[in-house]
Design a protein around this ligand. Structure first.
Ligand code: COA
Length: 366
């Protein structure tokens, strides 16, 4: 799939959010049979954040969404000041369209919704003052944000939406087995969000294409076995461990490297970029060794990889937009950079997207 010729989806706002509580490796080592050294050397992670009792995914989604909307508002104000408040194909410049933000679509990628039913996106939209807009959740685990981005961008290029808030948010701390040292070491809670608007395929921030894929043969590799219709239809209480997230770490590691590299290469081929052209790769933050292996496959030195997992761990659907927000805020991403996003997750699923970096105003994340 490539972006339309006349109308593109353009990234114009970005923000991230983390909960208040930091859990350093030393806290896990005090509680479980693990060490700071093992976690750092095998994963690259030093700490992660977790929500407080009573908090939920929507709280992080709203916080990240609010920051992305503010970032888009500032970008629109800059355009107005520059006398350029009406870009080609955008009939909802800020101040018009649905409410003050012009947003008419909210897509939330999450695998830890506030409740099994209904979707969390409508509540998030309402809390952001976006009552009445289309709002739905997308579940593709760690690839969720790329799937949500592709969905929202396609709705914009098709004319079904004009301005979209796309959020990736997860709180895996709520589904981890407290006794599982592997998953407790890897996952953290967090959220990131972008605003997409209709615009011109030639302008910075235009999404240039997507590569999406899946392989259900791997559904057992990353799963919460209980709680869905397959288990509930039996009317038999599940064993306690089946209520928790499980992962076959080594197999997942290998699949992650293979899938992200292949997906990235296939997208690069389609849009006519070479791996070595890329200024930055923002890959799903699963394990620093996975990131390095993907970089090697693409022929890139490590300094082209955006890495924030040392501070936040694997935040699932929050991972890519949170890494984007951090890298935009600290200047790692520069206007005009050729940027590739690539993700991998449960399902199995994978996906990539490419864009030239615009110049959004982004607040530092924690
Ligand atoms: N502390 C200490 N030891 C741990 C540990 C921890 N936190 N977690 C796992 N181990 C142990 C295991 O019990 C196992 O012990 P054993 O060999 O006695 O059975 C051993 O470490 C595993 O070693 P190894 O297989 O060499 O580890 P690894 O290099 O594959 O690293 C993961 C394990 C889970 C960190 C790694 O496979 C990984 O990152 N996988 C991908 C996970 C992921 O990204 N998931 C989400 C994808 S979207």
């Amino acid at each position: 799939m490539t972006a339309g010729t006349h109308r593109a989806a353009v990234l114009c706002g970005l923000g991230g959010a983390l909960p208040a509580t930091v859990v350093p490796n030393s806290a896990l080592a005090a509680e479980l049979d693990t060490t700071d050294e093992w976690i750092r050397t095998r994963t690259g992670i030093r700490q992660r954040y977790v929500i407080a009792p009573g908090e939920a995914t929507s709280d992080l989604a709203v916080a990240a969404g609010r920051r992305a909307l503010e970032s888009a508002r500032r970008a629109a104000a800059d355009d107005t000041a520059a006398g350029d408040n009406k870009v080609a194909g955008d009939d909802t410049a800020a101040g018009g369209g649905t409410g003050e933000t012009g947003v008419d679509l909210v897509v939330l990628a999450t695998s830890t919704p506030d409740r099994p039913c209904p979707a969390t996106a409508p509540a998030v939209a309402r809390r952001l003052g976006l009552t009445g807009v289309a709002a739905f959740d997308i579940g593709a685990v760690c690839t969720g944000f790329v799937y949500a981005l592709a969905t929202a961008a396609s709705m914009i290029t098709a004319g079904a939406a004009h301005r979209a808030l796309v959020i990736g948010a997860d709180t895996f701390s709520t589904i981890l087995d407290p006794a599982d040292r592997t998953t407790r070491a890897i996952f953290g809670d967090g959220a990131g969000a972008v605003v997409l608007r209709a615009g011109d395929p030639e302008e910075p921030g235009a999404l240039l294409g997507f590569d999406l894929g899946s392989d259900g043969a791997g559904e057992e590799l990353i799963t919460v076995p209980a709680g869905g219709s397959r288990q509930r239809s039996t009317a038999t209480p599940p064993p306690e461990r089946d209520r928790y997230f499980t992962m076959q770490g080594r197999a997942v590691f290998n699949e992650a490297v293979l899938s992200m590299s292949k997906s990235a290469e296939s997208l690069l081929d389609r849009i006519g970029w070479r791996g070595t052209d890329l200024d930055r790769v923002v890959a799903h933050q699963a394990n620093v060794r996975i990131l390095r292996a993907v970089g090697e496959q693409l022929g890139l030195p490590e300094d082209r990889l955006v890495i924030n997992l040392d501070r936040v761990g694997n935040t699932v659907a929050g991972s890519i937009p949170l890494a984007l927000a951090g890298a935009a805020a600290d200047g790692t991403l520069r206007p005009g950079d050729k940027v590739l996003l690539t993700g991998f997750g449960g399902g199995l699923t994978w996906g990539s997207a490419a864009l030239r970096w615009p110049a959004p105003h982004v607040e530092p994340v924690a």
